[in-house]
Write a protein that binds this ligand. Structure first.
Ligand SMILES: [Zn+2]
Length: 287
C-alpha cells in the first residue's frame, strides 16, 4: 500500500488524502498545559514515546466530477526536508498542477500555504481559483502581531516570512469568503476560528455521505480525550477550544467522516462521544 496516498469516496466524489510529509514537534507544544507526568502516561497509552511527536502534514484532493479541488498546499518546495512532497504524490496519481481548478486554503500557516508558490514565487496552480476566509487573508496581509502565540520567536518569524512569500502572488486568483457559503456544489465553508483568526473548516457532502475537513481545529487524537489540553499553535485559545468542541460535537452527532491534517495518516475516521470528551476511531486502512 502507498502510505502517502489514501483513496476514498464521499458519495460520488473521488477523494485522495495526500501526504506532504511529516514534521517532528516537541510533545509539549501540542499539549502546553498538560501536567508532565500525566502527559507521559497518556502518550505511552497511545504508543508514543514521550519527547517528540512525528505528525503528518496531510492535504486533500477531491474530484467532484465537475471540479478538481485541492484543500491546502502543504509546505512547498522550499519547505523542511521531511515535507514538500504533495506535488510529487499528486503527479504519481496522474494529477498535474494545471488540472486543479480550485485551491482552498484553510488558514495561513506555513504547512498549509507553503505549496502555493514555486521557488520563483509564481503560483503553482496557474488555472486555479484560490479560496480563503476573508479575516484570515486580512490578518496575514496586515503585518500580524503574533506576540500572544506561545511558540518560539524564530517560528513566528518563519510564519511571517512564509505568509509574505505565499499569499501576495495568488491575489489575482483569489476569492474571499466571509460567511458559511458553498464554495462549490457539495463543498461548504465552515467558520472555525481560534487556531488562527480566520481558520476555516469544510463540510464536503455528496449523496447521503459527509466528510468534515477539520483542518487544524484539532491537532492530535489525544485532544479528543483531553479536551482541556491545548496546543501552543492556537492563536486565540478560548475561541479555539469552543470551535473544537462545537465541531467535534457536530461530527459525532452526524456520524460524519472526519479528516484532520495532523492525525496519523491518512487522518480519516469517526468521532464518538465519550464522557466529557470524545474518542477517535480511525478508519481501517489495511487489507
Ligand atoms: Zn497545520
Amino acid at each position: 500500500m502507498n502510505t502517502e496516498i489514501y483513496r476514498f469516496k464521499v458519495g460520488t466524489f473521488e477523494c485522495l488524502a495526500v501526504s506532504d510529509g511529516t514534521f517532528v514537534y516537541p510533545d509539549h507544544s501540542f499539549f502546553v498545559n498538560a501536567p508532565k507526568e500525566r502527559l507521559e502516561q497518556v502518550l505511552r497509552e497511545h504508543n508514543i514515546q514521550p519527547g517528540d511527536i512525528t505528525a503528518p502534514w496531510t492535504c486533500l484532493f477531491i474530484n467532484t466530477g465537475q471540479h478538481r479541488v485541492l484543500v491546502d498546499t502543504g509546505g512547498g518546495a522550499g519547505s523542511v526536508p521531511s515535507a514538500g512532497k504533495l506535488l510529487r504524490n499528486l503527479q504519481a496519481e496522474g494529477i498535474e498542477p494545471v488540472h486543479i481548478d480550485t485551491v482552498i486554503l484553510t488558514h495561513g500557516h506555513p504547512d498549509h500555504i507553503g505549496g502555493n508558490t514555486d521557488v520563483e514565487g509564481k503560483p503553482v496552480f496557474p488555472n486555479a481559483r484560490y479560496v480563503m476566509w476573508k479575516d484570515e487573508w486580512e490578518f496575514w496581509m496586515s503585518e500580524p502581531d503574533l506576540a500572544q502565540l506561545e511558540v518560539e520567536e524564530e517560528l513566528k518569524q518563519i510564519m511571517h516570512m512564509l505568509a509574505r512569500k505565499n499569499l501576495p502572488p495568488i491575489q489575482g486568483q483569489l476569492d474571499l469568503v466571509d460567511r458559511e457559503t458553498e464554495i462549490l456544489p457539495g463543498i461548504q465553508a465552515i467558520a472555525a476560528p481560534g487556531h488562527t483568526p480566520g481558520h476555516m473548516a469544510l463540510a464536503i457532502s455528496s449523496g447521503s455521505e459527509q466528510l468534515l475537513y477539520i483542518s487544524d481545529a484539532v491537532l492530535h487524537p489525544i485532544h479528543l480525550e483531553q479536551p482541556d489540553w491545548y496546543p501552543a499553535f492556537d492563536f486565540v485559545r478560548e475561541q479555539a477550544m469552543a470551535t473544537r468542541r462545537h465541531l467535534l460535537d457536530r461530527v459525532a452527532a452526524e456520524k460524519a467522516l472526519m479528516i484532520a491534517c495532523h492525525f496519523p495518516f491518512p487522518g480519516l475516521g469517526h468521532v464518538l462521544q465519550k464522557g466529557e470528551g470524545w474518542q477517535w476511531q480511525p478508519i481501517r486502512t489495511t487489507g
